[in-house]
Design a protein around this ligand. Structure first.
Ligand SMILES: C[S@@+](CC[C@H](N)C(=O)[O-])C[C@H]1O[C@@H](n2cnc3c(N)ncnc32)[C@H](O)[C@@H]1O
Length: 184
C-alpha cells in the first residue's frame, strides 16, 4: 500500500546503518541450508548482508525503496551481489511464482495471513523458514496494533510446514516469539 511505503521510507530515512543481526536469527542461522535465501521484509538488510557473506544467494524483498537503495549500496560497496525486489507483501500472490528457495527468513515483520498461506510454496522440500518478531506483550507495552504482533503458540501449525523450534522470550529489543520451520 502506498501509505505503508511512504511511512516506512520515512522511518528508514531517519536511520543510519543496518544494525547487527537479530539474536534469535543468529542462534538458529546454523540450521539454515546452504543455497538460496529469501529475506522477507528485509529492511536495510542486516540479515541479507550477513547471510550473503556466508555464501547464501540472497533475494531481499521490502516495500521501502529507501531501505532497498541503502541495501543495494551497502552490497555494492562490499562486492556483494544480491537480488532486490520492491513489493508489497500484503499482496503476495504474484510473487516468486516460478521460484523456490532453500530458506526464508523474516525478522521483525508479521506476514499477513494471505502470505503465510502461500509462503510454504516458496520453499523447496526440506527448506527452512526462520521467523522472529515481537509478541502481544510487546504490543501492549509499546502500543502498536496487536494485529501486528505474534501471539502465544499461534503459528505452531502452518499448513505444509513442520515447526522445529518455538521460543517465547525477552531480549534487549523486547518480548518476542521465534520459530524455525521445515517444509515437509
Ligand atoms: C521492523 S522492520 C524489519 C526490517 C528487517 N527485517 C530487520 O529485521 O532489520 C519491518 C520492515 O517491513 C517492511 N514492510 C512493512 N510493511 C510491508 C509490506 N506491506 N510489504 C513489504 N514490506 C513491508 C518495512 O519497510 C520494514 O523494512
Amino acid at each position: 500500500m502506498e501509505t505503508d511505503r511512504i511511512r516506512w521510507n520515512e522511518k528508514h530515512a531517519a536511520k543510519t546503518g543496518s544494525g547487527d543481526p537479530d539474536l534469535f536469527f543468529l542462534k538458529h542461522s546454523d540450521s539454515l541450508l546452504p543455497g538460496q535465501t529469501l529475506d522477507l521484509a528485509c529492511g536495510r538488510g542486516r540479515h541479507a548482508l550477513y547471510l550473503a557473506t556466508l555464501g547464501h544467494g540472497i533475494t531481499a524483498v521490502d516495500i521501502s525503496d529507501v531501505a532497498l537503495d541503502y541495501l543495494q549500496n551497502r552490497a555494492a560497496d562490499n562486492g556483494i551481489e544480491l537480488k532486490i525486489v520492491q513489493a508489497d507483501l500484503d499482496q503476495p500472490e504474484n510473487l516468486f511464482a516460478e521460484q523456490s528457495f532453500d530458506n526464508i527468513v523474516c525478522i521483525n515483520f508479521r506476514p499477513p495471513d494471505r502470505l503465510l498461506a502461500i509462503l510454504p510454496r516458496w520453499l523447496r522440500p526440506g527448506g527452512k523458514f526462520l521467523w522472529c518478531s515481537f509478541n502481544e506483550i510487546q504490543a501492549a507495552i509499546k502500543g502498536f496494533p496487536v494485529t501486528l504482533a505474534l501471539h502465544k503458540e499461534a503459528f505452531l501449525h502452518i499448513s505444509g510446514l513442520e515447526c522445529l523450534v518455538y521460543e517465547r522470550f525477552e531480549d534487549h529489543t523486547g518480548h518476542r516469539d521465534g520459530y524455525l520451520f521445515v517444509k515437509k
